[in-house]
Design a protein around this ligand. Structure first.
Ligand SMILES: [Zn+2]
Length: 357
């Protein structure tokens, strides 16, 4: 079931409705900054907003009662018609007046050349005779030069042009860019809203696990559910690597078929839970009650700290979490998946065996 993997998040409906009401009144600010943490739905919101600004058919705002979502009704209010020429071009990702400014492959930031290239295009009249929309993500990826070039564009925006910036940490942007944008802070759902949304597509037990593993981040929870439906539960696999019950090759093979990043999240929780319940102490991993208590009461991010000075047993438990965290970071460099996972399994086993021997 993939219906949760795209579309506006239901708790953001009122925010987008407010923006569009201002737009239809002809008073929308030309630069809008969508702020929110990772996995909070910035891209969905931006995509919905861009489609709505470009749609050629006027669609009346349809407010949706959140209670309806829980009953599994249509959870995506359409701000755009979905059938006009503009909407069809957006769906095909070929709309001539929709621009994306992002970090090119192999680069670490948005280069000034990209800003200049888009600037030249935006000076021209909209090809569909409506608005032009330029989406910038991550806006935190602008460097000093490209920030300044963008600032000039925001100071004198081309006609009929809207800029939508997506930012995790707006504070990292130039204050002058910040001050030129209308800021929309995307809120996180309440537990009830998140549960209702996920339960519209999945059974209750799975939903609880997904909320726990995702720490309440809606898009991550939806990913966990999609992943668990596709194969073995992520938690089952985390249990398998912790207990050492499978061979390295068997584990590597099963891990190759899952979203490895989500698996690592599940594993961090599993290590944390095992330490908390004292289960790891039976394996000789954590055998000092005081230290065990210390680990249990800390957050999963504890692995970022060095455990060396805390004593060997706790140090090894932290070493597991630390390995997971380092692995997560290296994952961003797109390594060869099979070799990467195999190396991780071997390293993890090494730490486990050290603790038993
Ligand atoms: Zn349309």
């Amino acid at each position: 079931m993939s219906e949760l993997l795209e579309g506006l998040l239901p708790w953001h409906v009122s925010s987008i409705n407010e923006l569009l009401a201002v737009y239809h009144a002809g008073a929308l600010h030309p630069a809008i900054m969508i702020c929110g943490q990772n996995h909070s739905g910035k891209r969905r919101f931006t995509s919905e907003l861009a489609s709505s600004l470009l749609c050629q058919a006027a669609v009346s705002d349809k407010s949706i009662d959140l209670a309806e979502h829980a009953q599994g009704d249509d959870i995506t209010a359409k701000r755009f018609c979905g059938t006009c020429q503009s909407c069809l071009l957006m769906q095909a990702q070929t709309h001539p007046d929709h621009y994306e400014l992002t970090i090119p492959d192999g680069r670490k930031s948005i280069p000034i050349d990209s800003v200049r290239e888009i600037q030249a295009k935006l000076q021209q009249t909209a090809q569909m005779r409506g608005s032009k929309v330029c989406c910038i993500w991550p806006a935190d990826g602008l460097n000093d030069n490209s920030s300044n070039a963008l600032l000039k564009l925001l100071e004198e925006p081309p006609s009929d042009t809207y800029f939508i910036l997506m930012a995790n940490s707006p504070r990292q942007l130039l204050p002058t860019i910040n001050s030129r944008c209308l800021k929309i802070n995307l809120r996180m759902p309440t537990n009830e809203e998140l549960r209702g949304w996920l339960a519209s597509a999945y059974a209750g037990g799975q939903v609880d696990e997904a909320i726990r593993l995702s720490r309440g981040f809606p898009e991550k929870a939806a990913d966990v559910l999609a992943e668990n439906t596709a194969g073995a539960s992520l938690e089952t696999m985390a249990e398998a690597i912790l207990s050492g019950s499978q061979s390295v090759s068997a584990l590597t093979a099963s891990l190759e078929s899952v979203n490895f990043e989500l698996f690592l999240d599940a594993l961090v929780y599993r290590i944390h839970d095992a330490a908390k319940s004292g289960r790891l102490s039976a394996d000789g991993l954590v055998n000092k009650p005081s230290l065990q208590k210390g680990l249990a009461s800390s957050s999963p991010d504890v692995a970022n700290q060095s455990g060396q000075h805390l004593g060997a047993p706790l140090g090894r438990a932290l070493a597991m979490q630390s390995l997971v965290m380092r692995t997560r970071t290296s994952l961003r460099s797109n390594p060869n998946k099979k070799l990467f996972i195999e190396a991780f399994v071997l390293n993890f086993r090494k730490i486990s065996n050290e603790s038993k021997g």
